[in-house]
Each structure stands twice: as C-alpha cells, then as structure tokens.
Ligand binder design. Structure first.
Ligand code: NAD
Ligand code: MG
Length: 389
C-alpha cells in the first residue's frame, strides 16, 4: 500500500490523480489533500478519500473546512499555511507526493518532499524551472525518486532506457523532441493576437487544464518552461532539446537516437495516463483512459515553431542559456504577466513584452541557496508589478 499526499488536489491534475487513485483502493491510500481556497470541493474529496490531514491556504479557510468536515462526520485533521504544506509533503506517513500546486507557491512543499527522500511525482514545472540545480541536488542527496507528470516529460521518460542517467550522449540520445500543440492561436493572424481575450486564450484545442497553464500554452511559454524542465530532468543542453509543433497532441514527445531511431509515446490527451504511469512505475495500471484510435485520427502533422508568433518560447531558451537565476526571473515575470492578463489589466501580447523587460531589468546571478533564489523571485515580481501599474 502506498500512502499519497496530493498537493493541489482541487486542481485539474489533483482531480485526475484522485480519479486514478480511486480506481485502485488496493494499491493507494490518501495521506493528505491540499487546496488553496476551494474548501467545499476539498471537503467532498475528504469525505470520499478520508485522508489523515487536509491543508488549506488560510485560517479562515481552515475554519470553514473544519465546519464542513464536522457536518459530514469526517475526522480528517485540518491545518493551513506553507509550513503545513511542507509538513504533509515530508511526513513519515506518506510515501509519494503528487506536486500539483500551480506556480512558485508549490516550490517549498515540493522541495520539502525531495529533501525527505519521497517519491516525487512532479506536475508543478514552475518549481523545477525556478530552483533547477538546487532541486535536482536535493533529489539526489536525499535519495528521492523524481517522476515526471508533465505529459511530454513523462513521454520522454518512457522513451529513454531505464538505466538513463541524465547524460544524453552516454545513452546514444541525439535529441529530445518536445512536442507542442501550438495552442489556440497557432493559425490566427499574428496582428490580431494583441486583442485576444482571456476566454479565447484558455480555450485549449486538445487539453482541459487550469487557467494559468492554459494561457502559458497559448503564448507557448508552457513549452518554454518545459524546455527548461527537460534540461533539468534529463541533463540535456538547450541545443539537445528541440520543439516540434504537433497540433493533434497524440504523440506526447519523442527521443531521437544517434542511430537514426526516433522513439515516441502516443496516447489520448488525458493526464490520467502519465499520472497512472508515474504512480505505478515500473508497473502499469488502468488509468481510465481509452486506447488511441489511430484510424479515426487519420493523420499526424508536424511543424517548426515560429518565434515571431511565440516570442515567449525564445525568451525561455534565452533564460536557459543565460543560466543561474534567469529561469526563475522568467518564471516570476510570467506568473505576474499571466495573472494581469487574466485580470484584464494587460493585453495578450503585453505578456511577452513584460517578460522581456523584466529579463532586461533584473540582473540574474548564480543561485547559492533558496533564500537568494526567493529574493530574485521577489525582485522580478516587484519589477513586473511596477511595469503593469
Ligand atoms: P489548477 O489551477 O487547476 O490547480 C492548482 C491547484 O493548486 C489547486 O488545487 C489550488 O488550490 C492549488 N493552489 C493554487 N495556488 C496555491 C497557493 N498559493 N498555495 C497553495 N495551493 C495553491 O492547475 P493545474 O492545471 O492542475 O496545474 C497544476 C500544475 O501542474 C501546474 O504547475 C501546471 O503547470 C502543471 N501541469 C498541469 C497540466 C494539466 O493538464 N492541467 C499538465 C502538465 C503540467
Ligand atoms: Mg506539458
């Protein structure tokens, strides 16, 4: 029996994780669930999965949750705040942690899970993009197991040999081919992108996801963050990671080998597949996702990405090449810009312009420890905020 903590259980990944976990009561038990504000949903999840602990974002939310749980006769212990998130991510009672909080808010608990040597199922790509080497060092120094949930990275993981040790050339890997759908604006006239609305931007053609990652998919910053994520997970240089636009989202990514072979992982666009893969690894379990109907799909298309249309992708490659805290600054600026866009304070194209300005204005440096990293994150958010108001 594996005991699982799900950080961000009310989100898109969290709900899909509970769907898979609920299919295998013989294998998994929920140790802790966490949500920021949506206490009603969390209370329903607690009533069904009976975790030992539930964590929310504030004292007020904790009061509300306690009341709802008492009404339902659920004895789950309630806590709130970042320290409590770190606690449930590192507790002796939990074996595996699904890191599915969105954005930098997930960094501290995800890092806590790595430091406690847990099996870390990583959906929260922002945490890895920000902390890079610090996070990977915490994983190896504490004997944690890191398994990628992001569908592309999970696909790449499946296409690499099981002995893979973060050195592409050591395993005959020529390139990692990261596929991208191109999002909702792949074909829209570039001049009209200035005026797209949040509703248009979050309407992803293939995937149903949280709002932040949906906007990131529309700007292709999501793919940029994934390039940086792939760099850390697989030890690949920027030049060894190529983005390929594949609008059908059937191939989730590929690995190209020096002998000319290209291995791909295919599946329906449903996150329960990578979640089930990582939960059960190296076993295979039913996820609730049906088989791919290749004849119905008919054709698979591939295109090169256009940096003019998707400047955020270029900004992310630049940040990876700059190194040090540059990806953390990029990520912070992006989080602020995306929220401002969703709040209708800035236009869609202002997202990439704002990030570029912040990258120019905030000097990056080597990251020695988590405090200096958080200081850079704070500084980037401050500069981004001042450019908006
Ligand atoms: P979401 O917005 O649907 O859910 C986010 C979860 O995080 C919620 O449970 C929310 O309560 C919690 N949360 C938000 N802010 C918080 C805070 N400040 N403190 C504590 N908890 C907080 O997001 P999602 O789409 O499920 O994405 C989660 C993560 O997984 C992101 O990092 C995203 O990039 C990554 N991811 C998502 C998908 C997908 O298909 N949705 C695919 C790949 C990777
Ligand atoms: Mg992805």
């Amino acid at each position: 029996m594996q005991h699982i903590t799900i950080l961000g259980s009310t989100g898109s990944i969290g709900v899909s994780t509970l769907d898979v976990v609920g299919r295998h009561p013989d294998r998994y038990r929920v140790y802790a669930l966490t949500a920021h504000q949506r206490v009603e949903e969390l209370a329903i999840q607690c009533a069904r999965f009976r975790p030992q602990v539930a964590v929310v974002g504030s004292a007020r939310a904790a009061e509300d949750l306690s009341r709802l749980l008492a009404e339902k006769g659920v004895t789950t212990e309630v806590a709130y705040g970042e320290a409590a998130l770190c606690e449930v991510a590192s507790a002796a009672g939990c074996d595996a942690v699904m890191a599915a909080i969105v954005g930098a808010a997930g960094l501290a608990p995800t890092l806590a899970a790595a430091k406690a040597g847990k099996k870390v199922l990583l959906a929260n790509k922002e945490a890895l993009v920000m902390s890079g080497r610090l996070f990977m060092d915490a994983v190896s120094a504490n004997g944690a197991t890191l398994l990628p949930i992001d569908s592309e990275h999970n696909a790449i993981f499946q296409c690499l040999p099981s002995s893979y040790a973060r050195t592409p050339s050591g395993h005959g890997v020529a390139k990692i081919l990261l596929t991208a759908s191109g999002g909702p604006f792949l074909k829209r006239a570039v001049e009209t992108l200035e005026n797209v609305t949040p509703e248009e931007a979050v309407a992803h053609p293939n995937w149903v996801m949280g709002r932040k990652i949906s906007v990131d998919s529309a700007t292709m910053m999501n793919k940029g963050l994934e390039v940086i994520e792939a760099h850390w997970l697989f030890g690949a240089a920027a030049s060894e990671i190529e983005v390929v636009i594949h609008p059908q989202s059937v191939i989730h990514s590929m690995v190209s080998y020096v002998d000319g072979s290209v291995l791909a992982q295919l599946g329906n666009p449903d996150m329960r597949t990578p979640i089930a893969h990582a939960l059960a690894y190296p076993d295979r379990i039913v996820s609730g996702v049906g088989p791919v109907d290749l004849a119905k799909i008919g054709q698979l298309a591939f295109l090169r990405p256009d940096f003019q249309r998707f400047p955020c992708l270029k900004l992310a490659y630049d940040a990876l090449l700059a190194g040090g805290s540059a990806p953390a600054i990029l990520n912070a600026a992006n989080e602020v810009a995306v929220q401002a866009f969703l709040d209708r304070k800035i236009g869609f194209r202002a997202i990439d312009r704002l990030i570029a300005r912040v990258m120019d204005d905030v000097p990056h440096s080597e990251i020695g420890d988590i405090d200096s990293l958080l200081e850079q994150d704070r500084r980037a958010r401050e500069v981004a905020g001042s450019l908006i108001s």
